[in-house]
Design a protein around this ligand. Sequence first.
Ligand code: DC
Length: 224
Amino acid sequence: MTVVAIDGPAGVGKSTVARTVAAKLGVPYLDTGAMYRAVAWKALEAGLDPAEEPAMEELIGRISFELRTRAAEAEVVIDGFAPGPLLRTLRVDAATSRVAVHPRVRSWLVARQREFAARAGAVVEGRDIGTVVFPQAKHKFFLDAPLEVRVERRLRQLGGRNAGGRERLKREIQARDERDRRRRASPLRHDGSYETIDTSAGAADQIAARILRSVRAAETVKDP
Ligand code: DC
């Protein structure tokens, strides 16, 4: 079973790269950020505060949460509804890094991530995939890029939807990174077991090609 772990901070281009790698390897793609986003979105829908731990624990106890494979990608279905593009707003961005600090929410989602990848392998993208979810994975990549480059990428993604201006977006990305790196439960960290790739050094398909070369080279090396 092939599991490829891809971690890194916000706006680094993980999704495009991970999706390409998954398609070339013929395994499903799992965006774990979308899972945290879905819980945050549901919390906002229900009028709850994503920072409140007991409310979030109660929420995950009563929702139905499913990962449906659609066009070789995992799609989150929550209480029978696939929120898809609704997960990509700035409001959900901010709520998600608050939801993601709660250990019970994390372990609940991690169990689903492991179940999903156990079916047919996967390219799994997130923050703690190589450190917590699949620490034994043979293929681990940490994508990184300078903050300015990540802000530009996010601006392009948002198009006209970024009402607050460039500086505000930069502050929001910085704040999100800080929360992701500093939280006690499974912070974003690079632990030396990863191959690090600076995504400002090439286009997404070049980064994906580099990952594929590395994965294929490791697959041809027999385990002892
Ligand atoms: O990758 P993304 O921007 O969709 O992630 C959304 C948020 O979820 C981000 O603040 C970090 C958090 N996250 C996490 O804590 N662990 C993961 N495995 C994936 C995302």
